[in-house]
Design a protein around this ligand. Sequence first.
Ligand code: NAP
Length: 243
Amino acid sequence: MSKGSVIVTGASRGIGTDIARELAAAGYDLALVARSADRLEELASELGGATRVKAWPGDISSWDDAQRITNEVNEEFEGIHGLVNNAGVTQDGLFVRMSPENWQKPIDINLNGTFFFTRAAAPLMMRQRQGRIINISSVIGLTGNAGQANYAASKAGIVALTKSVAKELGGRGVTANVIAPGFIATDMTADLPEKVRTGMLSQIPLKRFGEGKDVAGVVKFLLSPEASYITGQVLVVDGGMIA
Ligand code: NAP
């Protein structure tokens, strides 16, 4: 029997795919969201079976897509237990050379996308008097980083948004928490120069880069009954990098 439905954005690759795998195995119905429809369909047919897993292609930086997808998922799965706002992008560059367009991209996708889906799901979860919102930020949103002022601002905004939502929705049984990953080996980090990777590794007490499943396990925990008294928190999953 299904444990309820969960929307996972950015499920087409990287951490989002690992989250989808973990949650399907744990018995959740899943709505997979990203722009790459083919990849989502492939993953849905791979993971579906014991539970229902369906592709919902869309652009998270579109309010219309966020509303449409959230309402369709709510109707098809008769409720939404969890929302995992995982999709995100970087657009790195030194601050003094950063164009307004380059500033805007991570804000539009990471911050506005998280706002749009959370805003669309919140009234449905409030009516259910139950829901779990899990937003994927980054340690960069807590520390800042040279070359990533735009990304850092978008990820810090996600922390503030989540804490505010936790305060507003707590009375209706809805929790909202942030996961802040450190360095996780995915497409997003694949192109970093070897020198940067070695430098980062030397700052990680656990002496390895993270994997998507390190984040996925924490998502599963935050969706579980064991996490029902946790809200407004930031869980850092970074091998001790910023401890
Ligand atoms: P990734 O491998 O680059 O995957 C990004 C995902 O986001 C893809 O599924 C992509 O799908 C989706 N996406 C991007 N723009 C979208 C849009 N406009 N609409 C819908 N989907 C969109 O990245 P990742 O490393 O797995 O990162 C996942 C999350 O973790 C991000 O929020 C990232 O900031 C955060 N994070 C990652 C690391 C790390 O070290 N990797 C560290 C800290 C935080 P499509 O291209 O198919 O749309």
